[in-house]
Write a protein that binds this ligand. Structure first.
Ligand code: GLN
Length: 476
């Protein structure tokens, strides 16, 4: 079996430009690798579509300034790709086929990347292990008995397992970064609005963000270049006129870094804190200024997240009623039809959240809970912004522990939420945040999170790439 997919994107690109390989060689390699593993990373694999796209690309001259030309990519199964199933890992959408491309997918296609399939995930992106998938969980390539994290578990596993170099995930409260941490890859949740959400099946609209997942920092920035920008179909999106790789390789001396004391407190396992602090020492030796700081309201994020995410989810998922999309059960009355369809179609966790969310939004409760949570969310955002006046970036571990055994969170929804305790602040504030590997504990990878103020992705990539290079990772 050829090994082109193990090369860097720059190296692959050079081979394509020199006509030493063709896109179809890459696609065949993806198919081989997909067939030779049991990672359950994909819900739909589009082998025919990928092959015919690769053949079409042979008719076009390789674009020398486009590193993504002919490169395979996988898309999380809550993002619409015209003509492919979009299941959100749910029984209710098991047979639903997309009738249009999400705006990110149009951009990926314009770049002449090759979409190879749709990745496994937690049902409607609700979870931290990918175990709520109707299709069974994807497997962590580091240890098949451990969860890969979630909800973008399949998007992380297909990269960690070497099947594709790129994927798209979505992150509402950590769903790109936490699986990236558990599988040793790089995942970026961009600034809210940096990437259009048009065509992403909404979970919690004020928190949702699509982002790139990749093998290393540089390649992550290249993919963000391709998918970001203003989209008329998403009014929260904004114009982006920058190259996110532009600061990679710059001197990091004098960068000011804040570490919230909460991120290294006893909510995080001591082994994780130890590895994290070693990384911080390296950064200090490299000339960064690091302070451990208190951030007001930081410990409130989990509670706020639950109220906001469940409230918004209950309203977003109302559209799955047996009439418009997917599964439809018959009933004597319209109410009976709704009830049967939704009882049959949704899994346990999704139903739990719809019920709690509906309760939180009904009548006076909306004021008591949702509106209040939104007000405190604003305070939390402001206290981070206060920190960003004195510091360039905020660092912490991405997750409080390494990947744990499959089935160990069963019947304990709270335990799952605790997994996201370090990551949801970025969603609350709309801030960009990236996870990159910082070491291993018992052969299992663990991520470091770099968060910055709005629009600071290029700075995050600069520090991330430096850290990666001193930790022995790839720089480009
Ligand atoms: N794990 C969190 C949850 O269960 C976040 C999920 C996400 O970011 N989509 O809601």
């Amino acid at each position: 079996m050829s090994k082109y997919l193990d090369l860097s994107i720059k190296e692959i690109h050079e081979l394509l430009v020199k006509h030493q390989i063709k896109p179809i060689d890459l696609v065949e390699e993806v198919i081989d690798r997909y067939n030779n593993n049991e990672l359950n990373a994909f819900i739909t694999m589009d082998i025919d579509g990928a092959r015919s796209r690769a053949k079409e690309l042979e008719e076009i001259e390789v674009e020398e300034d486009n590193l993504l030309f002919g490169i395979p990519i996988a898309i999380k199964d809550n993002i619409n790709v015209n003509g492919l199933k979009c299941t959100c890992a749910s029984h209710i959408l098991e047979n639903y086929e997309s009738v249009y491309d999400a705006s990110v997918v149009s951009l990926i296609k314009e770049k002449n990347m090759i979409i190879v399939g749709k990745t496994n995930m937690d049902e409607f992106a609700m979870g931290s292990t990918s175990e709520t998938s109707y299709f069974g969980p994807p497997i962590n390539p580091y240890n098949k008995n451990k969860v890969p994290g979630g909800s973008s578990g399949g998007s992380a596993v297909c990269i960690a397992g070497g099947i594709v170099p790129f994927s798209l995930g979505s992150d509402t409260g950590g769903s790109i970064r936490q699986p990236a941490s558990f599988t040793g890859i790089v995942g970026m949740k961009p600034t809210y609005g940096r990437v259009s959400r048009f065509g992403l099946i909404a979970f919690a609209s004020s928190l949702d963000q699509i982002g790139p997942m990749s093998r290393n920092v540089y390649e992550n920035a290249i993919l963000l270049n391709a998918i970001s920008g203003k989209d008329e179909k998403d009014l929260t999106s904004f114009k982006t006129n920058e190259d996110f790789t532009r600061m990679i390789g710059e001197d990091i001396r004098g960068m000011r870094i804040a570490v919230p004391k909460y991120f290294v407190s006893d909510i995080v396992s001591p082994e994780v804190v130890e590895i994290f602090n070693k990384n911080i020492e390296l950064l200090k030796q490299s000339g960064c200024i690091v302070d451990y700081v208190d951030i007001k309201f930081i410990e409130k994020a989990v509670v706020l997240y639950q109220i906001i995410a469940m409230g918004e989810a209950s309203s977003n998922l109302a559209r799955f009623d047996g009439v418009r999309y997917g599964l439809s059960e018959s009933g004597k009355t319209i109410d009976e039809m709704y009830k049967k369809t939704r009882t049959e179609g949704f899994g346990r966790e999704v139903k739990r959240r719809i019920m709690v969310g509906s309760l939180l939004l009904s009548g006076e409760n909306a004021k008591t809970y949702y509106n209040k949570a939104m007000a405190i969310r604003d305070d939390l955002k402001k206290s981070f912004e206060e920190i960003f006046k004195s510091y360039d970036l905020v660092l912490g571990p991405t997750s409080s522990r390494v990947a744990y055994d499959l089935n160990s969170n069963n019947d304990n929804p709270l335990s799952g939420f605790m997994d996201d305790i370090l990551v949801m602040h970025a969603n609350m504030g709309g801030f960009p945040a990236m996870s990159l590997p910082m070491g291993k504990i018992n052969e299992l990878p663990i991520g470091l999170q770099i968060m910055g103020p709005m629009y600071s992705e290029a700075t995050i990539y600069k520090l991330g790439s430096y850290l990666e290079s001193i930790l022995g990772g790839s720089n480009d």
